[in-house]
Design a protein around this ligand. Structure first.
Ligand code: TYD
Length: 133
């Protein structure tokens, strides 16, 4: 385990009668080109199991919790996200897996690039070979 590979991004939160977390382009490691969210995981299936060549992302758990497994050239680690204002930075060439998600979990992802299947590395052995180069 190498916990230093877990890069958390903490958004500023305004607290009045609610909490309001804000993400602004100028304070993020990349410019936002895409936003998507994952919800309704009826069968509690794990997701991810890929890395991106170019795309960078920040994943927030807006509701519930998610156990993240992260692997990069620097090593492997794991953490649980449960605070909606604290996201995990998924840089280029970071293998990521999302586990223990249930139907009520909501994950929000902000991304540096629009969707491109060619940017994905979905074969773990191919990923390992690339990071060893
Ligand atoms: P994927 O990125 O593999 O999801 P996860 O990381 O949650 O496991 O995407 C799942 C499917 O959705 C896959 O067929 C590609 C498609 N998809 C899009 O069409 N556009 C998108 O922006 C994303 C993220 C996925």
């Amino acid at each position: 385990m190498n916990d230093s590979i877990i890069k958390l991004i903490k958004l500023p939160v305004i607290s009045d009668d609610c909490k309001l977390a804000v993400a602004e382009n100028s304070k993020l490691p990349f410019e936002i080109k895409r936003v998507y969210y994952i919800y309704g995981n009826e069968n509690n299936l794990s997701r991810g199991f890929h890395a991106h060549k170019e795309n960078q992302q920040i994943l927030f758990c807006l509701r519930g919790s998610v156990r993240m497994i992260i692997e990069s050239a620097e090593g492997k680690s794991e953490c649980t996200l449960a605070n909606p204002s604290e996201g995990i930075f998924l840089d280029q060439m970071v293998w990521h897996e999302m586990h223990d998600i249930d139907e009520s979990t909501i994950l929000l992802v902000i991304a540096s690039h629009e969707y491109d299947e060619l940017d994905y590395i979905r074969d773990h052995q191919v990923f390992i070979d690339l990071i060893k180069k």
